[in-house]
Write a protein that binds this ligand. Structure first.
Ligand code: PMV
Length: 338
């Protein structure tokens, strides 16, 4: 029997992917780039066992361990991932999995990113597929095929791009710059930790019904090289403006697809306006971005983080802030969960 534990960070996309070219292989329609998040992580231990079924329990933020229910899309993706890894390893052993998440799940903080990156890594290692874990681009493909393509960006630390590609081989992640490259901060403003109404997986499927999807994809293609250059050159004014613009562009597609997806809450809009006021009135460079959820990610430079933090705490909608810096990607740890 073999046991392995992997710790993986979540990530926040600066250029987001929305819509998939291939729903079965989870191949995105556009390239995306993100930063890993130091305070939002998942630890997963997997051990192969001789039992008659797989035993999966997850401990979400503030909750006790729960058995994974077989009726959700996430559960289907998890069971499919286990089957796939077992098949590659030519094994008939079942697996015991325990996973612990240290931040609110399903609230636009990409809990599936850290979750699926850690789970895929722990499974590959428990089933003896070390070469597939050590080869990070292959590991990223394996994560993407788990059902959360954004999770593939958590294979590496720092600033990471997911190349959309056009087939299984060409769709993988690579590092743009490591976690020591640039001291950016993501302040996650928690306004609502209720579960979001529509999982992003369902949203991707309907993205093509928005009349704006194709214009967004063309626009991302044009802007993308500029954004990579801004990261490499640590040019925050250029990058920040693009981050905010890209979030608005993705949400414009979400809002206009059918059925319409409105992830924002009144608090989300209020934070967007506060962040604009920070720039316009006080000259502090901060920019907001939202994943598929209501909580805001406010991106700034470390030198401004304290000021941004105290300004945000005056916003009546904000319950708490999670401070994140870039961090290392998914890696093995030796403290197992059982
Ligand atoms: O994790 P997925 O494959 O369901 O995609 C989620 C995509 C967004 O989080 C909304 C944007 C992104 O690129 O992170």
């Amino acid at each position: 029997m073999s046991k392995a534990t992997v710790k993986a960070p979540s990530n926040i996309a600066f250029i987001k992917y929305w819509g998939r070219a291939d729903q079965r292989l989870f191949i995105p329609l556009n390239n995306s780039v993100s930063m890993t998040l130091s305070s939002c992580t998942t630890v997963t231990t997997a051990e192969t066992i001789k039992g008659s079924s797989d035993d999966i329990q997850i401990k979400f933020y503030g909750k006790n361990y729960q058995k994974l229910k077989a009726d959700s899309k996430k559960a289907i993706n998890t069971f499919n991932l286990i089957q796939r890894v077992r098949k590659i390893a030519k094994s008939n052993l079942h697996v015991r999995i325990r996973s612990v998440n240290n931040f609110p799940a399903d609230a636009g903080i990409a809990s599936s990113a850290s979750g699926f990156a850690a789970l895929t890594g722990a499974l590959l290692l428990a089933y003896g597929l070390h070469d597939k874990f050590d080869d990070k681009s292959e590991y990223s493909r394996q994560i993407r095929m788990s059902g959360s393509a954004s999770a593939a960006r958590s294979a590496y630390g720092g600033f990471v791009e997911l190349l959309a590609g056009d087939n299984n081989q060409s769709s993988f992640t690579r590092q743009v710059a490591d976690e020591h490259h640039w001291d950016l901060v993501d302040l996650i403003a928690i306004i609502d930790i209720q579960k979001k109404h529509t999982p992003s997986s369902e949203g991707h499927e309907a993205a093509r019904s928005s009349p704006f999807l194709n214009s967004r994809i063309d626009d991302v293609k044009k802007r993308y090289p500029k954004i990579i250059k801004a990261i490499i050159n640590r040019d925050f004014c250029s990058l920040g403006a693009e981050i905010e613009r890209d979030s608005l562009s993705m949400h414009a597609v979400m809002l206009t697809q059918s059925p319409s997806l409105m992830y924002w809450e009144p608090g989300s809009i209020s934070i967007m306006k506060d962040v604009i006021a920070l720039r316009d009135k006080y000259g502090i460079q901060a920019f907001s971005t939202f994943d598929a959820g209501a909580n805001a990610h406010v991106i700034c430079q470390k030198k401004d983080a304290k000021k941004v933090q105290s300004h945000l705490l005056n916003n009546k909608y904000i319950k708490s802030l999670i401070y994140n810096e870039p961090t290392s990607g998914a890696h093995i740890i030796h403290e197992h969960l059982f």
